[in-house]
Ligand binder design. Sequence first.
Ligand SMILES: [Zn+2]
Length: 289
Amino acid sequence: MALTDHRYEKLTWEEIDEAAGEETLILVPVGSTEDHGPHLPLDVDQRLPSSVCEAVAEQRDDTLMLSTLTQGYLPHHMDMPGGITIRWETFVNYVIDIGVSLAHHGFKRILFVNGHGSNQHLLEQATRQVNLQYPDVRCAMLSWWELEEVKETLRTERTAGPEGVGHAGEMETAMYLYLAPDEVKMDKAVRDVNAPDNRYFHNVDFAGENREEDSTAVTMMPWWTTFSETGVMGDATAATVEFGEALFTSAVDGLDAVLDGFAAYPLRPIEDKHGRDVSDEEYDPFRPR
Ligand SMILES: [Zn+2]
């Protein structure tokens, strides 16, 4: 079956009906509208995953991309101007509803591709719920910087050091520079590494590469301006177009490879191992309400 377009919304209902089923993969980019330092627009977390998904969906003949979910969860950024934050329950329910709608139409393999750190734990929760409600569907999520190919590019080509690749730092700035150089104000780019110096806190690096003295990374997300002066966490001044191109290319290759793996993932049915009938009209663990 040939897809007439890689954009989900461009198909007719008859074409969608024909595309639905085990063979077609669905990509859903998810981002946010949020401050990214004095040098980048608010749409960084939407544009990066969206561009990667677009390139991958375009080059495959088995993948449809839904339009980007542009708003995310960022209450801790509301001390900076511009952000649009969605309450966590609303965000989780919105993502579940999208997954469930796709599952209802017959799509079996759905991947949310995230570009905003604080959406991550909520997307994990939402995608789990889709799998529980539709046991024959596999709904998954990943943040684009988690792709092994991206991590490898970060490990080998970053120049700003372990503290340089946080929010709006070397990585995101470089990628945006590659995608839209005219929209980045590099004369306003800064190095902001003002988080409290503590070996257990704020030592989370996008590439998993921390300072030698850093230890266990404790998860904690206080208000943004308590650990960043400019909105940046990292070194935006180190970003180059070449590094951005390398990141983008490795993200596209990495996501393409993940989709090959996803297409091959078997859709095994549930096998109830109880020795007695445990069906209960009031409570069905596979369809939580
Ligand atoms: Zn970002």
